[in-house]
Design a protein around this ligand. Structure first.
Ligand SMILES: Cc1cc2nc3c(=O)[nH]c(=O)nc-3n(C[C@H](O)[C@H](O)[C@H](O)COP(=O)(O)O)c2cc1C
Length: 160
């Protein structure tokens, strides 16, 4: 029977399975940070754009306020440990890029790294942003799209 529950209970029931992504950003010292994201979407065909929603408390938020580029990475199944690492540790306390032993090549936009174990990488420049409660939605224009068609997409199924 349909009735009112609190939002966490209702949302927990409907949000999985979910696509998750990683966003690579540039730290003020020039190194790179990684964040695991569930809240992202395509927002324009021409020019191509993606939006990512980043909590104001995240180190990635400070990184994006400082340097206006991100790489949106669609992970392969073998990247599950990296998604856990990047979703449960802050770049303020840990260099996730080194700790995750991330395989990469140089990107073409602002030299952001391209994760070579991923299915796809989209190199974006932030063109606008919107406050959304305790998150900021950063809208990025895609300049380069990278794909490894042989890799299999990771889907977030449950907490295990
Ligand atoms: C599956 C999953 C999805 C997440 N989605 C988001 C998201 O969309 N936006 C966000 O701000 N944080 C999200 N988080 C939380 C961040 O990944 C987490 O707080 C991370 O440690 C922040 O890293 P940072 O401080 O280096 O930016 C998610 C975490 C997990 C495990």
């Amino acid at each position: 029977m349909m009735k009112i529950y609190d939002l966490p209970s209702s949302y927990a029931k409907v949000h999985l399975p979910a696509k998750v992504a990683l966003a690579v950003t540039t730290k003020p010292d020039g190194n790179y940070n990684l964040i695991t994201l569930e809240w992202f979407m395509r927002t324009s065909i021409q020019p191509p754009m993606f939006a990512i929603s980043i909590g104001e408390s995240r180190y990635s938020h400070a990184c994006l306020e400082d340097t206006r580029f991100f790489n949106l990475v669609f992970p392969s199944i073998e990247m599950k440990p990296l998604l856990s690492l990047c979703g449960s540790n802050s770049g303020r306390d840990m260099d996730k890029f080194s700790a995750g032993d991330v395989r990469h090549i140089a990107g073409k936009l602002h030299k952001l790294p391209i994760l070579t174990d991923a299915v796809a990488n989209f190199e974006c420049e932030v063109v606008s942003q919107v406050r959304s409660g305790d998150h900021t939605i950063y809208i990025g224009q895609v300049y380069y799209s990278w794909l490894d068609p042989e890799k299999q997409m990771f889907f977030y199924q449950d907490k295990s």
